[in-house]
Design a protein. Structure first.
Length: 217
């Protein structure tokens, strides 16, 4: 009842409520979920005159649904995990920043990556994703190596840069003259441009930041 009065009071004063409010209600069975959802829908639309988005409303298992980018695992602890669409959105944004078609100094790419991934991991730190953060870190470094290789267009440039990375001469010769694509070469350059190399360039680690936020030493 107090919620009903509050809503009407705010609307009467011209205060705008949020355009969309997300709520999850957990019950023991699907039948109970369908019953509660129908009851809430009647109350929200009939009593409070609020609109319920039927397309985004459902009664289903927690691990089949997502809430603000989160979901659950189907275990007894109901472990919080990242929703699949959250992972895809993350990858899409990283692909945009590390696109080979975007001409950009590596320092600027890293700056944009740091700004995005540090905010992202802070928001989703509640999810269990230590292993996923490690895989994300490896994937991001490979994409950066791909961008760097693309910038080394000429063979003589590759020779110069690979020698600067203190690679054996036979590795320099084989790598510089390779005709494989940038994504393949990004894996070949894993030893030359390792984790320490990118740390020195200023790239932040998702996993390290995640563990810090979770208070894990």
């Amino acid at each position: 009842m107090s919620r009903e009065v509050h809503v009407r009071f705010c609307e009467g004063l011209g205060v705008k409520l949020p355009g969309a409010t997300h709520r999850n209600v957990y019950v023991k069975s699907r039948r109970a979920g369908e019953r509660v959802m129908a009851s809430l829908t009647r109350y929200l639309e009939g009593t409070l005159n609020l609109q319920v988005n039927q397309e985004k409303s459902a009664a289903d298992r927690p691990w089949k649904l997502r809430f603000l980018g989160f979901s659950f695992r189907s275990d007894k602890l109901a472990t919080i995990r990242l929703a699949p669409k959250t992972i895809e959105r993350f990858k899409e944004r990283v692909r945009q920043i590390t696109s080979r078609s975007r001409s950009m100094p590596i320092a600027e790419r890293i700056r944009q990556l740091n700004a995005y991934i540090m905010g992202w991991v802070a928001y989703y730190r509640m999810a269990e994703m230590k292993g996923r953060c490690e895989r994300f870190d490896e994937w991001i470094r490979r994409r950066l190596r791909m961008c760097i290789w693309k910038q080394w267009k000429r063979v003589r440039t590759r020779y110069r840069e690979l020698r600067a990375l203190r690679q054996p001469e036979w590795v320099v010769h084989m790598t510089a003259n390779s005709r494989r694509g940038p994504w393949f070469m990004a894996r070949m350059l894993n030893q030359a441009m390792d984790k320490t190399y990118f740390e020195q360039l200023g790239l932040r680690s998702l996993q390290a930041r995640y563990l810090t936020l979770r208070g894990v030493s």
